[in-house]
Design a protein around this ligand. Structure first.
Ligand code: NAP
Length: 394
């Protein structure tokens, strides 16, 4: 008899945990569970649809799904369909890789108005997450305020700013692509509450904002005096210095040089939101749509013996996919050490396999075939029942 490990959450952290476990204990039986009928978590629902290079990481995870002792159990909600207690009782160890999927709040008046969207909800919509169907009404949206200075803010600004041609090889859902293309957009304001030297943009993502077909990026004059903090570790200092150079380049641009202007505004704290505008520290700006990109929180899970968290569920919502690989591998070593001290449990297999790896492969094949017909990487199925029907071979 061998140990059985359940991994809850089939995103990158979950798959990297499985990879780490199998490197140390190839004999383990691993079940990787997701509440969606599809695996890959943020790679499918969060990574921007025009960044297909980043999504290529799933090829490694596809290979793991070929392993005979690793099962995928999709469309299974732990905490709903099956309780955490049942899971913990049945498995020798449980790894929580549920990420963080709740938009943080600004805590200012007007935040609950219908034109205010959290970035998770917004990005999940245009990525075809079945629980986030229906996006904002963009038909009269001229000005957008994007609040936050991280890569998610850049994703949102870029996806709104790109032309249909620039999105042609993406897997954005057609409804979102059409809504963005038809919006009478002229201005996108990317708002940071601190200076450019504190923005968490990565260099390539910021530089991409300078290469958009229909949008010109401009930056406020504060970037001319920005300096990377001397006390920062060298890699951070280098990243920030490069960003500041890029932003200085943007400061030389003029608003209106292209049909859409992306304004980078620093030292501006949002104070209140009203229909059509946001109050910043220095006064109101027009905003028909507000997207808050200020981080995420997670759902509760039990902190019990034999339960280990990985990725964003463990560290909070920071770090890119490669960061999570190292993190998950380190936790996998802890799990292996824990298992050494515990005999395998005996007991029945409690896992319903509504959508298994074979079911996911059917979905994948159908989506890729539909996408190929349009010159796209895939055309996502966004309806949960349609996903289940295809998974079950209907
Ligand atoms: P992030 O980098 O932590 O950025 C969050 C931003 O929200 C910060 O600028 C923060 O400002 C701001 N903020 C927080 N509370 C605020 C408030 N009350 N008012 C105004 N601003 C507020 O997080 P993220 O952009 O959500 O990204 C999450 C992680 O995913 C990051 O590690 C990111 O690099 C990664 N990611 C990577 C890519 C990519 O590689 N292409 C794409 C997307 C995401 P302060 O700094 O002042 O707190």
């Amino acid at each position: 008899m061998t140990h059985r490990v359940a991994i809850v959450g089939a995103g990158p952290s979950g798959f990297y945990a499985a990879d780490g476990l199998l490197r140390g204990r190839p004999d383990l039986r691993i079940d990787i569970i997701d509440r969606l009928p599809t695996p890959y978590g943020l790679v499918r629902a969060g990574v921007a649809p025009d960044h297909q290079g980043t999504k290529a990481v799933v090829r490694q995870f596809d290979k793991l799904l070929d392993q005979p002792d690793l099962r995928f159990a999709g469309n299974l909600d732990i905490g709903g369909d099956l309780s955490w207690e049942e899971l913990v009782a049945a498995y020798d160890a449980v790894i929580v890789a549920t990420g963080m999927v709740i938009d943080r709040k600004l805590g200012i008046p007007g935040e609950d108005l219908p034109h205010v969207w959290g970035s998770w909800r917004f990005v999940a919509w245009l990525n075809g997450h079945p629980d986030f169907r229906g996006g904002p009404d963009l038909s009269a949206v001229k000005s957008v305020a994007v609040i936050g200075n991280g890569n998610v803010a850049l994703d949102v600004a870029r996806l709104l700013a790109k032309t249909p041609d620039e999105m042609a090889k993406s897997d954005i859902v057609p409804e979102a692509a059409a809504a963005i293309a038809a919006a009478p957009l002229t201005d996108i304001q990317v708002i940071g509450r601190r200076g450019a030297e504190h923005a968490s943009f990565t260099n390539n993502e910021l530089a991409e904002m300078g290469r958009l077909a229909r949008a010109i990026s401009v930056a406020d004059a504060s970037v001319l005096d920005a300096v990377a903090p001397a006390a920062d570790p060298t890699p951070e200092k280098l990243r920030k210095a490069k960003n500041i150079e890029t932003l200085k380049g943007f400061a030389a641009h003029r608003p209106g040089e292209k049909p859409v202007t992306v304004h980078f505004r620093f030292h501006e704290t949002p104070k209140a939101i009203r229909a059509g505008e946001v109050d910043l520290s220095t006064g109101p700006i027009a905003a028909d749509l507000v997207v808050t990109c200020i981080g995420y929180t997670g759902e509760a899970f039990p902190k019990a013996d034999g339960v280990f968290a990985v990725g964003w569920a463990r560290r909070g919502p920071s770090g890119t996919i490669p960061t999570n690989r190292a993190d998950s591998h380190a936790v996998a070593k802890d799990v292996i050490a824990w298992l050494e001290d515990h005999d395998p449990k005996s007991g029945p297999d409690i896992l319903p396999l509504a959508v298994d790896a074979e079911g996911w492969r059917r979905i994948d094949k159908a989506e890729v075939a539909a996408g190929t017909a349009q010159g796209r990487p895939r055309l996502k199925l966004v309806d949960r029942q349609a996903l289940l029907d295809i998974a079950q071979g209907d």
